[in-house]
Ligand binder design. Structure first.
Ligand code: GUN
Length: 295
């Protein structure tokens, strides 16, 4: 039986509509949520993401502040900008686009962001809060995956979840979120023995390794929900193509539900960033948090 395709593009549009409604209500109270995005250098993929973030921030009615810095910007100058944004009451969310140029210490830079404005959820304090099941800012990509999984399954309690990939941005926070929803969680990675058997026992399989079509249909447990976080640019038959970490055609024949690439997880990331910015704005002012937009 063919898998249900989980339409992330449509889901993200609904999340953005819900954020826009919330922003309208905040504006009626005289508050406009503001998101500052900092881009250092000219990495082409990062430039595309930052442009999309800026556009969508404005579309939901928020204020957008873009700071584009030279690739040679010093750490001191970047930290000074972040200190300014931390103190700016018009800015409720701050995102520093990763990866940063090699001469900049990403951990130091991320940990200089006010945790209350850390809409990426990467600050060590938010990582600790999430890891102990406390209220935090939740990293956008895993948050988007969680929203889609909850919408598809209802309760996730007791389900066997396997996450392939152990990054700080996706794999590790995804594991924490699924654990908080009472899944039995395994994080697999490049050193995992017999990855195929590990994947085959998953009710929920999250692929976040950054290797094109690495997971074939034979590795998917029949009926499982497959969330493909990978966005890999490849060339096939002389044409540029975007593919995930899962081999879509074969996996879709076995899975119960699957996210496509493009149009699955990708659009949810920015939608969740906007949701987090709304939440950060409300928390900073002691206002009620937006319903349905927090983890
Ligand atoms: N680069 C790739 N994904 C992300 C993300 O979610 N946040 C930031 N800040 N940079 C990224």
């Amino acid at each position: 039986m063919a898998a249900k395709i989980i339409d992330g593009k449509a889901f993200a549009a609904k999340v953005r509509a819900s954020v826009a409604e919330h922003v309208t209500a905040l504006k009626a109270k005289g508050v406009t949520p503001g998101l500052a995005v900092v881009l250092v250098g000219k990495d082409p993929a990062s430039q595309v993401y930052v442009r999309n973030k800026g556009q969508q921030t404005l579309e939901v009615g928020m204020a957008s502040f873009e700071h584009k810095l030279n690739a040679s910007t010093s750490e001191a100058d970047l930290l000074a900008l972040i200190a300014k944004l931390n103190a700016d009451t018009k800015v409720h969310g701050i995102l520093v686009q990763l990866p940063l140029p090699k001469h900049l210490n990403s951990d130091l830079v991320i940990n200089s962001i006010d945790p209350a404005k850390d809409v990426d959820g990467f600050h060590i304090s938010n990582v600790g809060l999430l890891g102990t099941g406390q209220k935090s800012m939740v990293p956008c990509t895993p948050f988007g995956c969680l929203m889609m999984l909850r919408a598809h399954h209802g309760s996730l309690a007791g389900l066997e979840a396997v996450i392939v990939g152990r990054s700080n941005i996706v794999g590790k926070p995804m594991a924490q979120l699924l654990l908080n929803d009472s899944c039995t969680v395994t994080i697999a990675h490049s050193r995992t023995r017999d990855l195929q058997s590990v994947c085959r026992r998953a009710d929920i399989l999250v692929a976040a390794v950054g290797r094109p079509e690495m997971i074939p249909g034979e590795w998917v447990n029949p009926g499982a929900t497959v969330i493909d976080v990978g966005i890999n640019r490849i060339e096939r038959d002389g044409k540029a193509k975007l593919v995930g970490d899962v081999h879509f055609e074969s996996a879709a024949k076995v899975a119960g539900a699957i996210t496509p690439v493009p149009g699955g997880v990708g659009p949810m990331t920015i939608a969740c960033l906007l949701a987090n910015t709304s939440t950060a704005c409300c928390r900073s002012l002691g206002l009620p948090e937006p319903a349905g937009l927090t983890a």
